[in-house]
Design a protein around this ligand. Sequence first.
Ligand code: ADP
Length: 487
Amino acid sequence: MTVCVLHAAAEMFPLLKTGGLADVVGALPPAQSQLGTHARVVLPGFPAVIAGLTDLEPVADLGAAFGAYNVRLERGVLQPHGVVVYVVRADQFYDRPGNPYLDAAHRPYADNDRRFALLGWAAARIATGADPKWKPHIVHAHDWHAGLAPAYLRAFERGGASRVASVITVHNLAYQGTFPASEFGALQLPPDFYAVDGVEFYGLVSFLKAGLYYAERITTVSPTYAREIQTQAQGAGLHGLLQTRTHDITGILNGVDYSIWSPSVDESIASKYTMAKPSGKSKCKAALQERMGLTRDDDALLFGVVSRLTEQKGLDLLLSAVPDIVQRGGQLVVLGTGDPALETGMKNAAAAHPGAVAVELGFDETLSHSIIAGSDVVMVPSRFEPCGLTQLYALAYGPLPLVHRVGGLADTVVDCSLENLAEELATGFVFDSFDRAGIVGAIRRSFALKGRRTEWKAVVKRAMAQNFGWETAALSYAEVYQPLLGG
Ligand code: ADP
């Protein structure tokens, strides 16, 4: 039997991306299809989604829902992999410029509950026959945006529809999609779903909790994060529920789409290179220094950051360590956007250290590749990190990752301690305690290793030889689906 899975998500690279979720939803379906699972995706009809698909055609008229009139389901194709993507057309909800979640003032849209309830509801409609030509065996919801899909499946089942199993993947437990209880009535769910055993969360409606409660299986994006979220300290209020579901939770590490993130094929970097022929890498460094207005110096240890600028990412800690980088002759380049206070902090650091610190505020896919290719060290000092992708991209391109030992960072980077160097395991720099001493210690280790040219080269070679291809993850997801296919 060919297993058919429908992914429900808010973002998908290259159509629309604000973070790692998009990279995962862009890469997992084609990897699954390679292994014989038919994977399709349903997305809200944001303008960028509609513009990026080919062969768009109408599938079904879904009528009025959640206050949106004339909701339509369309189906298109995303090249080059040919992934079939369903689009929920409700222009009233989705045809807004800019960020998919926030208005121009960076505030969540007031109707986000209904905008994303519609996504989960549409996924459940597809699963119960809205497309006469295709039906999934499993709905795979991603994050709170699609968190109500498992709840609607249950509700439809109660109304007589046949059972369709669901899985929810938590890409970040910190974003839960909570709304006032007064909004529950607008969600078209049975009244008794508003309960502790249901969508209620401390007097609010929680989309993520709904998914965690109603989905048959829960996955998250690294084994360590799967353990962390079941603790009171890191469970963001949901650890109790997660503990009761511990046997249904699996941590599956995200992969890297090497057709996009590999220095041997990357068209957006100054010079392609490989592990065997790394000479292009210094051209990438020179081009990055030039582009960012840094002093042209191949010997300066260049630290790179590509990140959302939020508290999670630990960049306040990095700011406290900027003098330690600069005093040692290092350089820092940051690409990011987010919290105004962090944006200002970054700008101030650049102004204080011209030629040594450069900052670009914004979201720039091409520059993100240039930074990964041109840096010597890529920093991910996150307070918590479900998986993290930039450290995986760093491993592929040869800068060594410098990370805090949490979540997926702990699962993917091995510190350059003496014993790890001796045992030929080291791939980067990992610090344990989230404080200035911790990050400065790792920064000092990176300068020390850089001083030992042969050892540095050996570690880079080992880092670049790591394989985080999506196939491994796709196989693990197939194992999660397997027991759900019985009925
Ligand atoms: P998160 O999903 O929490 O933002 P991840 O490390 O999982 O973190 O994924 C981040 C993704 O977003 C990576 O592909 C990274 O390159 C990209 N990214 C983050 N900030 C920017 C930016 N300002 N410009 C371009 N790409 C960015």
